[in-house]
Design a protein around this ligand. Structure first.
Ligand code: HEC
Length: 126
């Protein structure tokens, strides 16, 4: 009988441990390591996209003599470059690729996620 209870105890510990560790949820932040919160539910041009462009792109893609002849300083230019796909192509190239943008190093995964969401939501002037 003693042996029976020992086995029962070991089995119930194993069952408890299995149940306690068996739930796993795919979580965007855990998978992609965005660090902190990355809210991509509703992305706004004014509060999300334009600040990324000003900080990371406009230094070269400014209004006067922009690099590659591409200015990224207003909504129309940014929306056109996003809708054509060239913006997302460039920012998703791996670091070290001579065509990757910005050339100094990739945007954060949160910034890239926001650009993708903004495009998917129609690249609105919102
Ligand atoms: C340090 C300067 C610099 C920064 C910062 C920079 N770019 Fe560029 N970009 C260039 C140069 C130079 C070219 C032209 C050469 C080439 O096509 O790679 C270019 C070209 C491009 C092109 C292709 C233009 C075309 O008509 O084919 C896109 C799209 C682009 N950049 C997007 C971006 C975006 C988006 C950012 C910010 C996330 C950015 N760039 C930041 C220098 C820069």
């Amino acid at each position: 009988m003693k042996v029976f209870w020992s086995i029962a105890a070991v089995l119930s510990l194993w069952a408890a441990a299995t149940v306690a560790t068996s739930c796993y949820y795919d979580d965007y932040q855990t998978l992609y390591g965005t660090g902190g919160t990355c809210d991509t539910a509703a992305v706004s041009f004014a509060t999300d996209i334009q600040p990324i462009m000003s900080a990371q792109c406009a230094g070269c893609h400014g209004a006067a003599s922009p690099s590659g002849g591409l200015s990224l300083t207003n909504y129309a230019q940014i929306a056109a470059t996003t809708s054509s796909g060239s913006m997302l192509n460039r920012v998703h190239l791996p670091a070290g690729n001579p065509l990757a943008m910005p050339p100094s190093g990739p945007l954060s995964s949160c910034q890239k996620a926001k650009l993708r969401t903004w495009k998917r939501q129609g690249a609105l002037n919102n």
